[in-house]
Ligand binder design. Structure first.
Ligand code: ARG
Ligand code: GLU
Length: 714
C-alpha cells in the first residue's frame, strides 16, 4: 500500500499539462506559463478578452450541443457533419437528398435557411461567486440554501439581460464557485455546404469512436444578422454577420509533438468522483446500459437489413443508440484496464495520509468518504432500476408512444368536467402527424418480447410496476405470448388503428383508455416517477453536496496543483500535443491518416466504406493541390492529447499561433474513459485536418469561391 500511495503522490504533483478543460478568462492566472513552455506563441488576452476582439469571439455553441468556429469575416462557420446532420436532413427530400449527394451554395442566394438552428456567442464571463453565496446563512437548511441560491441567480441573470444580450449562471466545482455567462444568440443560420454522407460519415458505425479515422466530418453554415449586425429572426433582408474575430487557416500542417489547443463547449465530465462512484459506473451502470443497448441494436440491425423502408425508419435512431453503446463499452473497458477503482482508492488513502497531522481535516475526510460509501450503496439499486426503465422498458416504442397519450386523456377529462382545457388543439395537432412513422410494428414487437424477457430475469418481482407484474404473472412469464397479446389488443402501435382512434377519440375515449398498452405505460411511468425518480434525485442532491465539500478539501490540500472544473457545457480551452499512442501491448498507432487509407478501406467492399466514384477519380489523378503535407500526402485526420468530451464536436483545433489546423470530431475508443479519469497515455481527441476540408470544398465540390473569404496561411 505504501508504494501505491507514494506513486500516487508523485502522479498528482507531476501531472502532464494535457489534462484539463480550462476557463478561458482564467488562462492568464492558471495556465499561461505552462502553455508558453509547451510552445504557445500568443498572449492570454488573444484567447480571451472583454475589451479587445479575441479568439473567444470566433467560437460559438452550435445548435445547443456542438461547437462551431468563424472562418471568415462574413459569418462563415465550420462545424462537424454530424452536428449539422439534423439541419441538413430537415432540408432534404427524396428529390433533393442533401445527405446523400451533399449540397454546395454557389452564391449567397443559394444558402438555405435552417429553421430552429441557432448559434450562441459568449460576450463575457464573470465570477459571481461572492454575490451568489454571500448572503447565505450558516443556519439555512439545505432547502433554504437551494432556494436562496436560485433566487439570487435569477436576480443577477436578469440584471445582465439587456441590450439584446442573454445570460445564465452555472455552478462550478459543485457549487464552490459560480460564473455568469453573458451571451448573444443568432437565429438566422443558413446552410452553405456539406459533403455527401459517404464522405462526411465515411466509416459510419464501424469507425465511430475509433482511431484510425478517414471521414471528413464537416459542414459549413453562415450566420446572418440585421443591418446593425445584431441577431434577428430570419429575413431576406438580413446580411452576413461581421464577427469581431475569425480564425486564420494554416495550410502548413503540424507534426508530432506540436502544441495544439481546442476551444469549445464540452458537455459533461466527472473527474473528482470517489472510488464508490467509479465502481458504480464501471461495474454496474456501463455494463447494464451496454448489455441492454446491445440487445436492442441486434434486433434493429436484423430487421434493418431486410429492406430499405425499415432501414430508413430506424437509421437515425440506430445511430443514436449505437453512439453511446460504443462509448460506454470503451469507457468501461478503459476504466478496467486502468484499474480505475483501485487508483481512486489509493488516491483516497494518499489524501488521508497527507492530512494525518490535521485531526479536524482527517475527521472531515473520513466523514465524507464514509458518506459517499453509504450514499452510493443506496444509489446503486435505484440506478439499476432507473436504467431498466429508460434503456429497457422505454426501449419499446409501443410503450413510449402509448405513454405519450397521457396528456390528451387528461385534457379530455378537463373538457368533460367543463374546465379550461387544450384538448381540441392537442387532438388537432396529433391528427396532423403520422403517429408511428419511424416504427415497424413487427420489429417493435420483437423488441417488446426481448426487453420484457431481460426485465423479467433481471428485475425482482417486488421491484416491478404492479400492472406489469400482474401481466407477467397472467402469462406465466412467457414474454412472447405477452408481447403477442399487447400487440394484437392495442391501438397504440399501428398507424391504421391509431388514425381510426384519433378520428373518434372523444366519443370512445373510455374504451381507448382501457387499452392494455396504455394501461401498462401508465403503470410503468407512475411507478418509476414516484417510487424511483424522487429518491434518486434526493440522493443526487446529497451526493452533490458531498462532492462540493470533497472538491474543496482537495483544493485546500493539493495547494500547488491546478484544478479545472468539470465540463458543464460552458466555454473551455484544452491544450496538449499532436501525439500518437499505443492502444495495447505490442501495437502502435500513428498520429495521422491519409487519403490512401480511405481508398484501402473502400477497397474492402464494406458498406460503411462506400464512396462515390468522383472521389476515387480525383485520387487516381493525384489532384491534391496545395493541400498536401511535406511528403506530398493528403492527410485526413490526426490525433492529439487535448482533453475533450461530447459537445466539443466541431471545435476549432489550433496551432501555437492560434491558426486553425483542424476541427475536432471524436475521441479514440481506448480513451473514452477520460470523462471520468483522464489517462495521458490512452486518451486522444480525433481531429479532421483542415487541409482535407479545403480540398473537398475546392476540388471535390467545386466551391472554391468560399476559400476567397478565408484567410489562408500558406
Ligand atoms: N462519436 C461521435 C460523437 O460522440 C460521433 C457521433 C456521430 N456519428 C455516429 N456514427 N453516430 O458525437
Ligand atoms: N462526437 C462527440 C460530439 O458530438 C465528440 C466526441 C467526444 O465525446 O469527445 O461532441
Amino acid at each position: 500500500m505504501k508504494n501505491t500511495i507514494l506513486a500516487f503522490l508523485l502522479v498528482i504533483t507531476t501531472v502532464r499539462a494535457d489534462e484539463g478543460m480550462w476557463l478561458p478568462q482564467l488562462i492568464n492566472a492558471l495556465n499561461y506559463a505552462d502553455m508558453k513552455k509547451n510552445g504557445f506563441k500568443l498572449s492570454a488576452e488573444q484567447i480571451y478578452s472583454i475589451n479587445k476582439s479575441s479568439m473567444k469571439d470566433a467560437v460559438v455553441q452550435f445548435g445547443g450541443g456542438c461547437t462551431a468556429e468563424l472562418i471568415s469575416g462574413e459569418g462563415l462557420i465550420l462545424t462537424n457533419h454530424h452536428c449539422g446532420f439534423s439541419s441538413i436532413a430537415a432540408l432534404s427530400s427524396v428529390a433533393n437528398d442533401y445527405l446523400k449527394y451533399g449540397y454546395w451554395a454557389m452564391n449567397r442566394g443559394e444558402e438555405l435557411r435552417c429553421e430552429n438552428l441557432t448559434v450562441m456567442f459568449i460576450n463575457r464571463i464573470e465570477d459571481v461567486t461572492s454575490r451568489v453565496t454571500g448572503s447565505l446563512k450558516p443556519a439555512f437548511s439545505e432547502l433554504q440554501r437551494d432556494s436562496a441560491i436560485k433566487a439570487i441567480i435569477k436576480v443577477i441573470e436578469n440584471e445582465a439581460k439587456k441590450d439584446g444580450y442573454d445570460a445564465f449562471i452555472r455552478p462550478f466545482f459543485y457549487g464552490n464557485e459560480y460564473y455568469l455567462f453573458v451571451t448573444e444568440t443568432f437565429k438566422d443560420i443558413r446552410l452553405v455546404g456539406a459533403p455527401p454522407e459517404s464522405i462526411g460519415k465515411f466509416g459510419d458505425e464501424t469507425d465511430n469512436w475509433v482511431w484510425p479515422r478517414h471521414n471528413a466530418d464537416f459542414s459549413m453554415f453562415r450566420i446572418y444578422a440585421d443591418k446593425n449586425n445584431k441577431p434577428a429572426d430570419y429575413s431576406k433582408d438580413n446580411v452576413p454577420y461581421k464577427p469581431r474575430y475569425f480564425f486564420p487557416i494554416s495550410l502548413k500542417g503540424y507534426e508530432k509533438g506540436d502544441f495544439t489547443m481546442v476551444y469549445g463547449f464540452p458537455g459533461r465530465t466527472t473527474e473528482y468522483l470517489s472510488s464508490n462512484a467509479v465502481d458504480l459506473i464501471m461495474n454496474q451502470q456501463d455494463p447494464v446500459r451496454v448489455r441492454l443497448r446491445g440487445k436492442r441494436l441486434a434486433i434493429l440491425e436484423e430487421d434493418m437489413k431486410k429492406n430499405d423502408t425499415i432501414r430508413l425508419m430506424y437509421t437515425s435512431r440506430y445511430a443514436g443508440i449505437a453512439n453511446y453503446y460504443k462509448k460506454w463499452d470503451g469507457e468501461m473497458k478503459g476504466l478496467r484496464k486502468f484499474d480505475a477503482v483501485n487508483k481512486k482508492k489509493a488516491f483516497e488513502q494518499g489524501l488521508l495520509e497527507l492530512l494525518k497531522n490535521d485531526p479536524a481535516k482527517t475527521a472531515k475526510c473520513n466523514t465524507l468518504l464514509n458518506a459517499f460509501k453509504k450514499n452510493y450503496a443506496e444509489y446503486a439499486p435505484l440506478s439499476k432500476q432507473y436504467d431498466y426503465y429508460t434503456e429497457c422498458l422505454m426501449g419499446i416504442d409501443g410503450l413510449r408512444h402509448a405513454a405519450g397519450y397521457t396528456n390528451i386523456f387528461a385534457e379530455l377529462k378537463k373538457k368533460q368536467a367543463g374546465k379550461e382545457n387544450k384538448f381540441d388543439k392537442l387532438l388537432e395537432d396529433m391528427k396532423k402527424v403520422v403517429p408511428f412513422k419511424n416504427m415497424n410494428p413487427p420489429t417493435d414487437k420483437k423488441l417488446c418480447e426481448a426487453m420484457l424477457s431481460v426485465y423479467v430475469t433481471d428485475i425482482e418481482k417486488e421491484n416491478r410496476p404492479a400492472y406489469l407484474d400482474s401481466l407477467l404473472g397472467a402469462y406465466g412469464n412467457d414474454t412472447r405470448r405477452l408481447a403477442e397479446f399487447l400487440y394484437s389488443n392495442s391501438n397504440f402501435n399501428d398507424n391504421r388503428k391509431a388514425k381510426a382512434m384519433l378520428a373518434d377519440f372523444e366519443k370512445s375515449a373510455v374504451l381507448y383508455e382501457r387499452d392494455p398498452f396504455y394501461q401498462l405505460a401508465l403503470s410503468v411511468n407512475k411507478y418509476y416517477q414516484t417510487a424511483i425518480l424522487p429518491q434518486l434525485q434526493y440522493l443526487d442532491l446529497q451526493i452533490n453536496d458531498l462532492q462540493k465539500e470533497y472538491v474543496q478539501l482537495l483544493r485546500e490540500t493539493y495547494k500547488t496543483k491546478k484544478f479545472y472544473p468539470d465540463a458543464n457545457s460552458t466555454l473551455r480551452v484544452a491544450y496538449g500535443k499532436v501525439e500518437d499512442y499505443k492502444p495495447r501491448d505490442g501495437v502502435s498507432y500513428g498520429y495521422y491518416t491519409t487519403i490512401d487509407g480511405l481508398v484501402d478501406k473502400n477497397a474492402t467492399g464494406v458498406e460503411d466504406y462506400y464512396v462515390k466514384p468522383r472521389l476515387l477519380e480525383l485520387y487516381s489523378q493525384s489532384d491534391f493541390g496545395p493541400y498536401v503535407d511535406k511528403k506530398g500526402k493528403l492527410r485526413i485526420a490526426f490525433i492529439a492529447s487535448n482533453h475533450t468530451t461530447g459537445g466539443n464536436s466541431g471545435s476549432p483545433v489550433l496551432n501555437a499561433k492560434g491558426e486553425l489546423i483542424g476541427t475536432n470530431f471524436d475521441r479514440n475508443w481506448e480513451g473514452t474513459m477520460s470523462d471520468i479519469m483522464y489517462n495521458v497515455n490512452q486518451c486522444r481527441n480525433i481531429v479532421l485536418d483542415v487541409r482535407f476540408t479545403l480540398w473537398i470544398v475546392d476540388k471535390y465540390a467545386g466551391a472554391g469561391h468560399l476559400l476567397k473569404e478565408m484567410k489562408l496561411i500558406k
